[in-house]
Design a binder for this molecule. Structure first.
Ligand SMILES: Nc1ncnc2c1ncn2[C@@H]1O[C@H](COP(=O)(O)OP(=O)(O)OP(=O)(O)O)[C@@H](O)[C@H]1O
Ligand SMILES: [Mg+2]
Length: 288
């Protein structure tokens, strides 16, 4: 099991908040977690992602620090691939329409292809990735003018949200987790503001949950207040430090009061102190 499950302490407020959002015990559907470096944003997001994986909650997870050039197209493709491409055949067909490959979907049950049919001569067998899934050709949008490009963008976004709306009917929730928001690209920020967050604000995406963590988070106006919960992350208390060092890291013999006072409950520093203490436990290799 990864460290962030075995060694995780604290963050009950945010974690319980997420569970409440899932259970729809609150009108909030968007959580913003703003905190400085090494305070535990990524660990919280990973913890929540792990919960989603374990509980059949489809999730999209993007860390903007991964330096991919996110724009609307790469975001909807990433969402589709992580959430489950079988739910997004119409989206993929729409994308392929604008990127040069001609595939149509039919509702008729056509035997082994399970309702997916291929039209036109330009499609190879590999365009159908597996049973019931259309393969994305991974090309760029072909458009002669900005108008055409804009039209493609609207159609692709519409198609993405139509697929998502269908999926939401069948699932308890779908989670969108965004980390390192301070590194968001302008294009991704625009997509979030003009599409995902806008639809959330207008209550068009019932059961969708968004969590955005970063050293900086989006500044949303009054209209987002009803659905938005903003939180920071606190330093660990002495109890958390004890729990972390003794029960999670299983390190013995440390003066916990000093560790707490020296680290001030700062998660990143505490982890490094535990790592350093752990190193001392290992006996040196003989040749040294
Ligand atoms: N809830 C937690 N329980 C135990 N350890 C934690 C927790 N949160 C953070 N840590 C420790 O602190 C380190 C830094 O946390 P993390 O990477 O989540 O910070 P961050 O807020 O995402 O920082 P950055 O702004 O640089 O992305 C982690 O590698 C981990 O060792
Ligand atoms: Mg981080």
């Amino acid at each position: 099991m990864p460290d962030y499950i075995d060694w995780f302490v604290n963050r009950d407020k945010q974690y319980q908040g997420f569970l409440k959002m899932l259970a729809r015990e609150t009108p909030k559907t968007l959580m913003l977690v703003e905190a400085p470096a090494e305070m535990g944003k990524t660990w919280l997001i990973q913890r929540i992602r792990h919960y989603c994986n374990e509980n059949d909650i489809p999730a999209m997870h993007v860390d903007f620090r991964d330096r991919r050039a996110y724009d609307y197209l790469s975001l909807v493709r990433t969402a589709r691939d992580q959430i489950g491409e079988q739910y997004f055949n119409n989206l993929t067909a729409t994308i392929n329409n604008f990127t040069g490959v001609n595939i149509t979907l039919s509702n008729a049950n056509t035997g082994s292809s399970g309702g997916v049919s291929v039209a036109g001569g330009a499609v190879n067998a590999q365009d159908i990735a597996g049973r019931d899934v259309i393969k994305d050709n991974q090309f760029y949008i072909q458009a002669d003018s900005d108008m055409q490009r804009r039209a493609a963008e609207i159609k692709i976004n519409d198609s993405f949200f139509a697929c998502l709306t269908e999926l939401l009917k069948a699932k308890k929730a779908v989670a969108f987790l965004f980390d390192s928001y301070e590194e968001v690209t302008t294009e991704a920020e625009n997509w979030l503001n003009d599409n995902l967050l806008l639809k959330m604000r207008e209550s068009q995406l019932e059961k969708a949950i968004v969590i955005i963590a970063g050293r900086k988070v989006p500044q949303l106006g009054e209209s987002a207040k009803a659905i938005m919960a903003k939180t920071g992350l606190d330093l660990f208390t002495e109890e958390h430090v004890k729990e972390y060092i003794v029960n999670r890291r299983k390190i013995e013999g440390l003066d916990l009061v000093t560790v707490f006072k020296t680290s001030r409950g700062f998660p990143g520093l505490l982890a490094k102190m535990a790592d350093a203490a752990g190193m001392g436990n290992k006996s040196d290799e003989e040749w040294l």
